[in-house]
Design a protein around this ligand. Structure first.
Ligand code: NAD
Length: 331
């Protein structure tokens, strides 16, 4: 099987060139897949893409004109793929549904601790010879209320780890889970979660329903000084609403590992360039905002699992046409 790997970074190549099945012949493209680069895939049987590759109807049309029969996502979320179009064109889509919920949940906890206790600012100060504590005041997590939206694999690990701090956890999920209830977690409506949480962490997928879930209206119903953490998908948060909340003081802290327009920024070294996204640049100016470049998943264990699952998805589909990790439209 000839496989075109898009959005190749060093870590991708390092991972995917070790223990590659003999049946897979890979070509690595640094380019992100989009309408302009899709013709590169013309002679390949399968493509492998990541979170910011664009796999919309136009791209799928181009892929279908070539030989591509499989789109292998090396991530869990598939919001960037037009599944209807892929089905219409007979192209199978597979993903890596779980590679390490621990990686993302632990990272979300790290964002909370850094924002609260300001490790990143203290580190920069001490390196400059500034040993002042002014502005570094934090709060005890103990006995605070943490709202978790989305109680799937990552949300559940997050609730387990944050519970170690002696917090009260409130959960919201469109499909509440009995297993989560049995752990003693309280499911509440979103309004109550917004009203009572000191920290809100997002762990639900990006869908039509969750697009801009955190908007002006939602922020108005939150506690003053709330901390918002997003390690899920950028468009769950309306960035302009958050900026307004930060300016008024209603939002006290924001930790983002994802950003709604991250496709043009994240994973690239743009340190010599003028960033054109004014909303992103405004977000960066707040002392109480911490943004990272979609790295919550990035642990050795997760990368190994991503590689192994992607290869087994591809070989299964190639051999039998089936895989437990196929993405399909709801019947
Ligand atoms: P999951 O499918 O196990 O859990 C998602 C949960 O969200 C489910 O319980 C589901 O019922 C719930 N949900 C669905 N629609 C909802 C809605 N409208 N409102 C509230 N809850 C809703 O997924 P997961 O493995 O826990 O991953 C969660 C998300 O994390 C993924 O969708 C992905 O976007 C993101 N993610 C980010 C990174 C990163 O590196 N930053 C890595 C992996 C995953």
């Amino acid at each position: 099987m000839k496989l075109a790997v898009f959005s190749t970074k060093k870590w991708v190549k390092d991972a995917f060139t070790s223990n590659t099945p003999d049946s897979i012949e890979q070509t690595f493209f640094e380019a992100r897949l989009d309408e302009e680069t899709a013709p590169l895939a013309a002679d390949f049987d399968a493509i492998c893409v990541f979170v910011n590759d664009v796999v919309n109807a136009a791209v799928i049309d181009t892929l279908a004109k070539g030989k591509v029969k499989i789109i292998a996502l090396r991530c869990a979320g598939f919001n960037n793929v037009d599944i209807h179009k892929a089905e219409e064109k007979g192209i199978k889509v597979c993903r890596v549904p779980a590679y390490s919920p621990y990686a993302v949940a632990e990272y979300a906890l790290g964002l909370i601790l850094s924002l609260n206790r300001k490790y990143h600012r203290a580190h920069a100060r001490v390196r400059e010879g500034n040993f002042s504590l002014d502005g570094l005041l934090g709060f005890d997590l103990h006995e605070k209320t943490v709202g978790v939206i989305g109680t799937g694999k990552i949300g559940q690990v997050f609730m387990d780890v944050i519970s170690g701090f002696g917090v009260r956890v409130l959960a919201y999920d469109k499909f509440p889970s009995d297993a989560v209830r049995e752990k003693g977690v309280e499911y509440v409506e979103l309004e109550q979660l917004y009203r009572e949480s000191d920290i809100i962490s997002l762990h639900c997928p990006l869908t039509h329903e969750t697009y801009h879930l955190i908007n002006d209206y939602a922020i108005r119903s939150m506690k003053s000084g709330v901390m918002l953490i997003n390690t899920s998908r950028g468009p769950l948060i309306n960035s302009n609403a958050v900026i307004n909340g930060l300016k008024s003081g209603k939002v006290g802290y924001v930790g983002l590992d994802v950003y709604e327009e991250e496709g043009d920024l994240f994973f690239e070294d743009l340190s010599d360039e003028v960033i054109q996204d004014d909303t992103f640049v405004r977000l960066q100016t707040f002392p109480n905002v911490l943004i990272t470049s979609h790295q919550a998943f990035f642990t050795r264990e997760a990368v190994d699992n991503i590689k192994e699952t992607t290869f087994s998805n591809l070989t299964d589909i190639n051999r039998t046409g089936e895989s437990p990790n196929l993405v399909s439209l709801p019947k």
